[in-house]
Write a protein that binds this ligand. Structure first.
Ligand SMILES: *Cc1c(COP(=O)(O)O)cnc(C)c1O
Length: 462
């Protein structure tokens, strides 16, 4: 086994490496954790500590770490043709094969793919493509895109604008013009005194209000994550998406499903739209398409949009050097083959998904847990100070105490990666996780909740 000089790496890191979404002064004081190896659902850091990766890297390592067949596919493609562009009447074999494969596994209205290097670039592509669609049809004013507060759609100018993160909008003059937001379908936040089903319809009605306020003839598209990921695994009521779909259809507005997290088996389908009653015109994908082994993103372009752009649109003046990168596409093809071969989607639907959902729900009996819910292979729980008679009557902690971060610290120190979004603790494990590994993970989570409880009590916060 390779040994690492952790302190030296930390020192170099602090001196030269600017990390995404990081307060460097604070990080410099703590020292960064160095990840060095992965195998299956486990990671190892430079101190030799073994960790359960409850977040699949960053929602992406769906088939787990250490897949030599992916590294072999990548190596072979690099040896054969490491790069060529798709700009000037040229193509490459893995990109063609992957486009055809995605057309096969996606909902029936999808037959074309536009490749990018990331999810953010794919959402920038969506903005330009949706507006271009309406331009070609002669509706020059239909440019507004409606999105949601607390959505995450990436970090580029358009991606961060589509997203509804206040902290991101506060830096760099965002959102860009022509993007407006409605509230998220968060039952805990807005659903007091209502059933979940009734709340779903009400949250969808906010879209219709915004369309009417903006002018239906000015709205190009509505974009949403089927289940919000970075916002804290916000699972909408089952009534929400069918009603959103009805409203989009009523006003002829394009529906964009950002499936960067939800796609490629995470909710027990190739694409979550199929599960939640959506019939999108465009689907954003990234992350799970390659299980993160190599960066790749893209847009599945539905027939409604593709037909107009191809038949009437002429040249679409948009593209990236790495659109359809042969190495990334080779990784994706092998990743998809593994998902099919090992029946990971069927397992999440029939076996491990329901098992995780049941075991995770049991955490609600812990004194710190006021609400725990999940869908497929995403789950979240809310840490509360005192439980009330209903979820809306729970007493929450003062947000400035950052109890979620305290809990995340105990998880991290005890070999479990669980992310904190405020006081909501979330997971999105690799799809290969077995029921025995789910038991191992849940035992560890419960142990760390106990440690958090004792810690919070000692600090006098209970
Ligand atoms: C991660 C993410 C993105 C951005 O993808 P990048 O590859 O980081 O640019 C967009 N949308 C959703 C829903 C995501 O989770």
């Amino acid at each position: 086994m390779t040994s690492y000089d952790t302190a030296a790496i930390q020192k170099l890191d602090a001196a030269h490496y600017m990390h995404p979404f990081t307060d460097h002064k604070a990080l410099g004081e703590k020292g960064v954790r160095v990840m060095v190896r992965g195998e299956g659902i486990y990671l190892w850091d430079s101190e030799g500590k073994k960790i359960i990766d409850g977040m699949s890297g960053l929602w992406c390592v769906n088939v787990g770490y250490g897949r030599t067949s992916i590294s072999r596919a990548v190596y072979q493609q690099m040896e054969t043709l490491p790069f060529y562009n798709s700009f000037f009447n040229t193509t490459n074999v893995p990109a063609v094969q992957l486009a055809a494969k995605l057309a096969q596994i996606s909902p029936p209205q999808f037959n074309h793919v536009y490749f990018t290097g990331s999810g953010s670039e794919a959402n920038d592509t969506n903005v330009r493509m949706a507006r271009r669609y309406w331009d070609v049809l002669g509706y020059k004013d239909r440019h507004t895109i409606i999105s949601r507060r607390n959505a995450y759609h990436g970090s580029t100018m358009a991606g961060a604008s589509l997203g509804g993160m206040e902290d991101m909008h506060a830096q760099g003059g965002l959102p860009i013009p022509g993007i407006v937001h409605i509230d998220q379908p968060n039952y805990l936040q807005f659903g007091q005194g209502m059933t979940e089903q009734a709340f779903g319809l009400q949250a969808a009605s906010w879209l219709e209000q915004k369309i009417l306020e903006t002018g239906a003839d000015k709205v190009a598209a509505f974009i949403g994550e089927p289940i919000q990921g970075a916002g804290g695994v916000i699972i909408p009521p089952s009534t929400y998406w069918p009603e959103i779909q009805r409203i989009c259809d009523k006003y002829g507005i394009l529906l964009i499903a950002d499936e960067v997290i939800c796609g490629f088996g995470r909710l027990g389908r190739w694409f979550a739209s199929e599960l939640l009653g959506m019939k999108p015109d465009l689907i954003t994908f990234a992350k799970g398409v390659t299980s993160g082994y190599v960066p790749l993103g893209g847009v599945l372009v539905g027939d409604r949009v593709a037909d107009v752009l191809i038949e009437q649109g002429g040249e679409f003046n948009h593209g990236f050097t790495y659109s359809g990168h042969p190495v990334a596409c080779a990784a994706a093809l092998e990743n998809i083959r593994i998902i099919e071969d090992e029946k990971l989607i069927e397992r999440v639907t029939q076996e491990t998904g329901p098992y995780l959902n049941r075991r995770f729900a049991e955490l609600a009996d812990h004194p710190l847990v006021g609400y725990a819910n999940s869908c497929g292979f995403v789950a979240g729980l809310n840490l509360v100070r005192r439980k009330g008679a209903s979820v809306h009557e729970n007493e929450t902690f003062d947000p400035s105490l950052a109890v979620g971060m305290v809990c995340r610290g105990h998880m991290f120190n005890n070999g479990m990666i669980m992310r904190a979004v405020g006081d909501r603790m979330i997971i999105a494990p690799p799809l290969i996780m077995t029921t025995a590994q789910i038991d191992e993970m849940l035992a560890l989570i419960r142990h760390c909740l106990d440690l958090t409880y004792a810690d919070v009590k000692e600090r006098g916060w209970l």
